[in-house]
Every structure is written in structure tokens, then in C-alpha cells.
Design a protein around this ligand. Sequence first.
Ligand SMILES: O=P(O)(O)OC[C@H]1O[C@](O)(CO)[C@@H](O)[C@@H]1O
Length: 498
Amino acid sequence: MFNGEKINATEGRAVLHVATRAKRDQKIIVDGKDVVPDVWEVLDKIKDFSDKVRSGEWRGVTGKPIKNVVAVGIGGSFLGPLFVHTALRTELTAGAAAETRRLRFLANVDPIDVARALDQLDREETMVVIISKTFTTAETMLNARTLRTWLTKKLGEGAVAKHMVAVSTNVELVKAFGIDPQNIFGFWDWVGGRYSVCSAVGMLPLSLQYGFDIMEQFLLGANDIDNHFATAPFDSNLPVILGLLSVWNVSFLGYPCRAILPYCQALSKLAPHIQQVSMESNGKGVDINGKNLPFDSGEMDFGEPGTNGQHSFYQLIHQGRVVPCDFIGIVRSQQSVYLKGEIVSNHDELMCNFFAQADALAYGKSAVELRAESVPDHLIPHRSFTGNRPSLSIMLPELSAYQVGQILSLYEHRVAVQGFIWGLNSFDQWGVELGKVLASKVRQKMHETRTDNRKINSADAFNLSTQTMINRYLEGKDVMKYPEPRDVFPGDLLKPKE
Ligand SMILES: O=P(O)(O)OC[C@H]1O[C@](O)(CO)[C@@H](O)[C@@H]1O
């Protein structure tokens, strides 16, 4: 991976997200060329641009400074940046740097997400960053067209140059969309979507929000774990150890789930991000050579911050199925509350739970202990805990941009280790294609039927249940035939007109 070899064999690509956080003086070669200068050319451009926007030198088309950013993207062009933004919002230095600025994300093609992303935003003070590696993803492109209309309807066509920028590897399509080539922030096909948060995908919107200097700390943290992964002996190499534990739990003990349980609200979007990193990477049916795998690969990830999860699904984890858990705790919290009269601070209280849960899973509670507490016999089976349930605990000294970078890199490399051991390609994602193709077919048929004012029939070649469902959907619409497009934005309906 670090040598720039094309280990993503099915797409003929190198896998070099580590280059996106390389230090200026590092050398990483792809096809005989050092790519680090290219990485820094884009990072320098991001610094320059974000400084201009944040200082007010860059203004919107009506002369107002830009205060809000809407980042439009989905999958890897959304989840990583959302994770980092959520992690930094309440960190004191980052929070102060963001001042009154707002960063929103628009991922889902659902118009409800449009309404929520735009709620209360003044177009004159808003910049839209379209983030798409391919610039062909259907959801992102419709959302991009929607926000272009939202801007230009009130501010005129000139708004695109001042209020829309893009992050993509596909410069030609971005230009065709109408975005000024000066306002394109590039990256490369050797950065996988789900591994792209350290490229312009995350660095541009996050630098606009927090400033480049803070985001550079994030890159340094990721780079620190990259170096550790590349150089530390296996028996003290964190991603290797974590990856081995996962393989042991999944393939040897037969526990296919993993719960990611940060005792830190700021890490509440870690699990959704790692879901994609892990499940899109290692959820494969064949090995790197295309042979059926003789075992189930991948793990099913889910998670919520503690202590919320304790009052939700921990019941199953303690007494039902065995789910290996990752507990993540922080020594010095981003925020502090300590009330007079309480015996511990609020963060201590949180961490007491962090320590308690791992113990409860490991040691459980036996019938003997319950009897000693005078628990009635008929309740003993219900109140027993088997113990011997695996978990691991990671504790970070604090959670600033640097540690956010470390934790990101730790999980990315852990997933890669698992994929290497399972012998599969962790860097392609062919499994998402079929659904996309079928959605295009439905889109075409939906358009035809609503334009022709007719129902789906057997000639449309859907299976009977899909045909019935689509027809039931169409019957439920106010009118079958399309009304004229109205360019009304859901957000406009939620709030008084500007
Ligand atoms: O950045 P893009 O090209 O819009 O892709 C978005 C996401 O779609 C996927 O290809 C899956 O559908 C992801 O791998 C990727 O992160």
C-alpha cells in the first residue's frame, strides 16, 4: 500500500490515502512520480481559499461575506467530513475558530434533507461545496442542481462563480456543470471515496469552518498513525493488533458484529463513518483473485455513544448475543461541568460507565454472587451474566483535531489489516452497482408513466411485487401526470419568505 503498488487490482489503482496527509518532505511514488508535491499544491490552495473566505476578502455576489457552507456529497464524500466536524464542534480552539460560522451537510436525495440543510440560511452568505469523486453520483448531482437553482433563482446566474465550488477528480464534468475551473479542488483516483476525508473532500469544507491551521493538526494526527503502522513491530502495532482482534472475533470465535461505543458525544459520528470504511471495504464474497471465499468476511458495525447505548441495545450485548465492543474514552473532556454537591464531575460520571461496562462484559455475574445478595431463586437465571464477552478499550488523552486524525487513521488501517488477512480487495465496491443500475431503470419508467399518465404494466418488465408497489405509490400521488415544475424549495415552506 505505502509503496504505491496497484493493490486495488479490480480498478487498477494504487491505494494511497496516506499520501493525502504526508508531510511536505515525504516522498510517495505512484507510477514513478512523487505525488506529495501535488497533494500540497491542493492543500496550499485550500489554505489560501479558506483564508480568503474566512477573512471576508472573498464575498458573495451581493457583496456580503460568506458565513455558511453547505457541503453536498454522499458516502465517503460525506461521512468522513461529518465525523470530523461533529468531533470538533465543541473542542474549545476549534469552536472558537468557527465563531458564528455554520457548516451543514446535504447527503440524501430526499427533499426533506434539502429543507433541513438550507433551513435559516441566507443565500447571500452561503457557499455550496459540491463534493464528488466521480461527479456522476445521482444523488449528489440532483442535490447540486437543486442548490444551484436555489442560489440562482434569487441571486442570478452570477451566483455560481461566487457561491459554488467543487471537490472532484473529474475536472471535465465539473466544468460542464458550470463551476469555474479556478474553484475546483482536485484529488486523485488513488484516493478511495471512503478513505478521502484527508484530501480536499474533508479539508476544504472543514478548513472553511475551522481554518486551515486546525485542520493541519488533523492531518498530522493521521500521519502519526500512518508512520506508526508502517514502522512499528507487529506486536506493538496498534492497527495490526486491532485488525487481528477483529479477525479473531469474526473468523475464529464466530462473532460477526462489532459495536463502536465512544464515551464521548463528539465521536457520535464515528460509527456511521466506520460502517462505510469497514463494511464497504471488507463486505466481499470473493478473494483478491475472484475465488469464492470459504468463510464469511467483513463485520457488521454499529454503534452509539455511551451512555446512550446502555439504555438501548446493551441488554442484548450483556445477556443476548455476543457482540465484541470497542470502548473509546477520553481523559480530558472537551467540555467540563462539575456541580457543587456532586461527588464526581459530569465527565467523571461518564467515564465511570466506560470502566464499568468492559468489566461487566468480561466478568459477568454468577449465580453464587446473586445468591449472596439474596436474589430469589426464580430470578437468578434472569439476573445472571455469563461474562467472557470480548471488548477492547482505547483511551485518548484528549480529543482535539490531532487525536481525531489519529483515530481515523487507526480505524482505516485496522480495516485494511483485516482485508489483507482475509485475502480480499478492501478497496473496490462493486456491490453498490446493481442497485444503482436498477434505480436508473425505475427512474426512466417513473418518468414515462407519469408523463403518459398511465400505470406500470407487465410490458415494463418489472417483477410483479415491484410493479404492484410502484403502482400503489403512483396511486397515492395527488396527480398521476406531472405538474409543471415549480422550483419551490422545501425550506421556503418551512420559514417565512426572505
Ligand atoms: O464521491 P462520489 O463519486 O460521489 O461517490 C460517493 C460514494 O458512492 C460510492 O461509490 C458508493 O455508492 C462510495 O464508495 C462513495 O464514497
